[in-house]
Design a protein around this ligand. Structure first.
Ligand SMILES: CSCCC(=O)C(=O)COP(=O)(O)O
Ligand code: ZN
Length: 214
């Protein structure tokens, strides 16, 4: 059966395993409350493995990860399975960048509070932190990264277009959505994890600094 699939089943199974292990760890940190958050990994040039919508992401099984093409269409038709409601935010990154391998989206408390606090400004400036070197391409703490904050919307086409327009202005490894959470990505699962954890820590630092300044 699996040799009739338009993708390599072993490659899918490997990606699904990586997603399950990593998401369980993120869930244990409290970053995927309720059925929030979604995750994907590229399995080849035209296919990605992505979490099924509405599932508890801390208890994922391989059956709750499905394959879609880069247009977001499911490869197998299983009426019970719908890919993430935010699929477009994943596929736009895979379509734009051949080397993006993994997209991680979480709803931690600090990501959500930071998205609210900095929404009016439209970005969070991360400057002078050693941890900035966790982001690919950054060789020194003597740099600055502005993390965009986009207004929340249920219109994923519009949000994906806004992210695309922001990427036209310069490189970035993640962004916030107001009152919602964080998207981060990378050229491997490990790199995406590193970016996600660096964003989480540095956003927390910015929030803590604001408390001390009061
Ligand atoms: C219950 S959280 C609302 C939807 C959301 O923001 C999310 O990350 C999860 O959506 P999905 O369709 O991927 O389960
Ligand atoms: Zn979400």
């Amino acid at each position: 059966m699996t040799d009739q699939l338009p993708y390599d089943y072993k490659r899918f199974s490997h990606s699904a395993g990586e997603i399950i292990v990593n998401v369980r760890e993120l869930s244990d940190l409290g970053w995927t409350p309720a059925t929030s958050s979604n995750f994907s990994e590229r399995i080849d040039a035209n296919h990605i493995a992505i979490t099924v919508s509405g599932r508890n992401k801390g208890r994922l099984t391989e059956n709750e990860i499905m394959v879609i093409d880069l247009d977001g269409n499911p490869v197998e038709t299983d009426a019970d399975k719908k890919s993430s409601a935010e699929t477009l935010l994943h596929t736009m990154l895979y379509r734009r960048f051949d080397d993006v391998q993994c997209v991680l989206h979480t709803h931690s408390v600090n990501q959500t509070v930071a998205s609210r606090f900095f929404a009016a400004q439209g970005y969070v400036r991360l400057e002078g932190y050693e941890l900035l070197k966790a982001f690919a391409g950054q060789a020194t703490h003597e740099t600055m990264i502005d993390v965009p904050v986009f207004p929340n919307t249920q219109d994923m086409t519009s949000l994906a277009a806004q992210v695309n327009a922001q990427l036209d202005k310069g490189p970035m490894w993640g962004y916030l959505i107001d009152g919602h959470g964080l998207y981060a990505w990378g050229r491997s699962m490990n790199e995406a994890r590193r970016h996600l954890e660096a964003f989480e820590t540095l956003l927390t630092c910015e929030l803590e600094m604001r408390k001390l300044q009061k």
